[in-house]
Structures are given as C-alpha cells and as structure tokens.
Design a protein around this ligand. Structure first.
Ligand SMILES: [Zn+2]
Length: 114
C-alpha cells in the first residue's frame, strides 16, 4: 500500500473527521495539508491516532506497510479493531459537545428560575 492518499469517510453530523491513511508518504502529505507536521507517523502494525488541528478533531487509521504481505484476515481484523477505537473517539467527541450544549443551556436557563 505504498503511496496513495488518505481516504476520508463521510462525516455526516459527527464532529470528528475519520480517515484511513495507507502509507507514511500519504501521512506526510496529509499532515502538510492539515498543518499538523508535529504528528509522528505511527510505528505500530496498525494504529488509530487522534489529534486536533485548527478547529478540527481528526482520527486517522494507519496500517504499517510491513503488513502488506500478511494474512488478509489478520489485516482485516486489525482494521476492525482500529475502527472500534475510531468509534470510541467519536463517542467521546459527541459527549464533549453534548456536555458543552447542556452547560450552555443551564447557564442561559438555570433550574428554579435563578
Ligand atoms: Zn487497540
């Protein structure tokens, strides 16, 4: 999977940008676009990395090019594992936004008419 570019998933109403990054080269290219040059390319076999850049929260799933010759079922299992982490991050981000909305509502409309 050398080369290529990041494949972004449809974000819909979720607050988090999620993508699959197929190579270290694609990572470097995307980090330039996102102005996130401090984010190191993950060295593990597969990884789900979350970081903030500007007003975006980004989650990128990577799989080492070492895995290209590995068992396809094993690679699929790793991707599913990392996808679960991506969903956990999205749930955390939704929770944060919900908490901010609730706090804002309580400030504007305190209980007991305060
Ligand atoms: Zn894990």
């Amino acid at each position: 999977m050398a080369g290529g570019r990041v494949i972004w998933f449809e974000r819909g109403h979720y607050p988090t940008y999620i993508g699959f990054c197929p190579s270290e080269r694609a990572w470097r290219s995307e980090m330039r676009k996102l102005q996130a040059l401090d984010e190191p390319y993950p060295q593990s076999d597969a990884k789900c990395t979350r970081f903030g850049t500007g007003d975006k929260t980004v989650v990128l799933i990577t799989m080492s090019e070492r895995m290209d010759d590995g068992c396809p079922i094993g690679r699929a299992a790793l991707l599913v594992h990392e996808a679960v982490h991506a969903w956990q991050y999205v749930r955390e981000d939704i929770g944060t936004i919900f908490a901010v909305c609730v706090c804002g509502h309580l400030v504007e409309h305190p209980p007991n008419g305060g």
